[in-house]
Ligand binder design. Structure first.
Ligand SMILES: Cc1ncc(COP(=O)(O)O)c(C=O)c1O
Length: 404
């Protein structure tokens, strides 16, 4: 039996444990294709590592900068999977990628400073900027030829701009950046002395595409992913990055993540704002143990997951593009379909509400709240589930459109 067989999903457990717009928060009978969180249980090595850790009953403080094995494991994985050369001493384990984004924003932005936030993009870029007292300046990130068109990005830089948010691969578009795109962004940062908040949380969920929207050539990561670090560590001194476990390893509730960079001073600043040295900040022992198991033992699981997801992606794209009034592109990365509903003549919220009420399906509406104003007229569908549940979900989507 394969890891990602239909019967391996435990709906009873999900109903009790999967929050954040998912099974535990929707009415019984509703299928949530909502928050980006897999329906499958995590790799068994993670539970085993946790059970080994708790057996002797000790739950003592951990090192303030995290277990050295954690930073070492991430340093090794970054080099092996993405060609990034980050020394363990410049990796800070922290309690989620989201927290990492907040700490980077606090380390860089002073009240009134501007940060360029792509619209659409995950709302954590905007929220982390706002929480640091910064001002998000929205860059309309439109697709051109399967990539984000960056030609107008410079027009959004002002004397107050301090940082650009880079979501690579991009949520919700599911697109990658080419070498020339990264060069363009870095060139602007060098010209105007800006930092980059680099979020690569989706970089393991990338599809090596023989057809359709193919990935860039000359890449160093899985399936065509190209990191900004391909520009060289020296140029990346202005880059601060987050690593997350929620998307690739399915351990969102453990709140594990890391911040890393190549500049000692920036790193010291991040350590300072994160308050790990006073123990007010930081990551739990259990989350670190799980994170170490992920990095050292579970990439076989991630690779198998991506193979499963690729089948789901192609199936979902075919189905969605066959529904009158809906359309989507085939994502190069992520397990998210960004669905254009503008032909239906409904708002994103209105359509999502209609599906929930009349079709037993929950999706994430576009619009300002989650991805930015430019995502109005779209909904986002997560396909990190079994083919069986995805089929049922898409049947409901089709039926829901039919009811309009
Ligand atoms: C682009 C992006 N960054 C960060 C996060 C947050 O990840 P975590 O659960 O590790 O905080 C998400 C979750 O959806 C995401 O899509």
């Amino acid at each position: 039996m394969t890891l990602f067989a239909d019967q391996n999903i435990n709906i009873g457990a999900l109903r009790k444990k999967a929050f954040n717009y998912r099974w535990a928060e929707v009415p019984e009978g509703t299928i949530p294709l909502t928050a980006a969180d897999p329906d499958y249980p995590a790799a068994p090595e993670i539970s085993r590592a946790l059970i080994d850790y708790i057996r002797d009953g000790y739950f003592s403080y951990t090192p303030k900068l995290g277990y050295p094995e954690f930073a070492q494991a991430l340093s090794t994985a970054l080099a092996r999977r993405k060609g990034e050369e980050i020394p363990p001493r410049l990796i800070l384990p922290i309690d989620s990628a989201a927290r990492g984004m907040y700490e980077i924003a606090r380390a860089v932005l002073r009240p009134g400073d501007e940060m360029i936030v792509f619209d659409p993009a995950d709302y954590l870029f905007r929220e982390s900027c706002l929480a640091a007292g910064g001002k998000p300046v929205y860059f309309p990130a439109r697709l051109k030829g399967g990539y984000i068109d960056l030609s107008a990005l410079e027009n959004y830089i002002t004397p107050k701009t301090r940082m650009i948010g880079l979501c690579n691969p991009h949520n919700p578009y599911g697109v990658l950046y080419r070498g020339e795109d990264l060069e363009h962004i870095m060139g602007l940062c060098e010209k105007y002395d800006l930092y980059i908040m680099n979020d690569e949380i989706w970089s393991d969920i990338v599809y090596a595409d023989p057809s359709g929207s193919s990935g860039p050539s000359g890449s160093s990561g899985p399936g065509g992913f190209l990191s900004v670090y391909s520009l060289g560590n020296e140029r990346c001194r202005r880059v601060m990055s987050v690593f997350g476990f929620s998307k690739s390893f399915g351990i969102a509730g453990l709140r594990a993540g890391c911040v890393y960079c190549t500049d000692e001073e920036r790193f010291a600043e991040i350590v300072k704002v994160s308050a790990v040295m006073t123990t007010a900040g930081g990551i739990s022992s259990l989350s670190q143990v799980a994170g170490i198991a992920c990095l050292n033992e579970c990439y076989y699981w991630v690779d198998e997951f991506v193979r499963h997801l690729k089948g789901n992606r192609d199936y979902a794209a075919g189905r969605i593009n066959g529904i009158p009034g809906l359309s989507c592109h085939v994502p190069q990365a992520t397990y998210l379909m960004y669905v254009d509903i503008r032909q239906l003549g409904l708002s994103s919220e209105g359509f999502a509400e209609h599906l929930k009420k009349n079709a037993g399906l929950a999706v994430v509406p576009g619009g300002r709240q989650y991805f930015g104003a430019a995502s109005e007229g779209y909904v986002r569908i997560c396909f990190a589930t079994s083919r069986e549940l995805l089929t049922e979900g898409l049947d409901r989507l089709e039926a829901g459109v039919g009811l309009l």
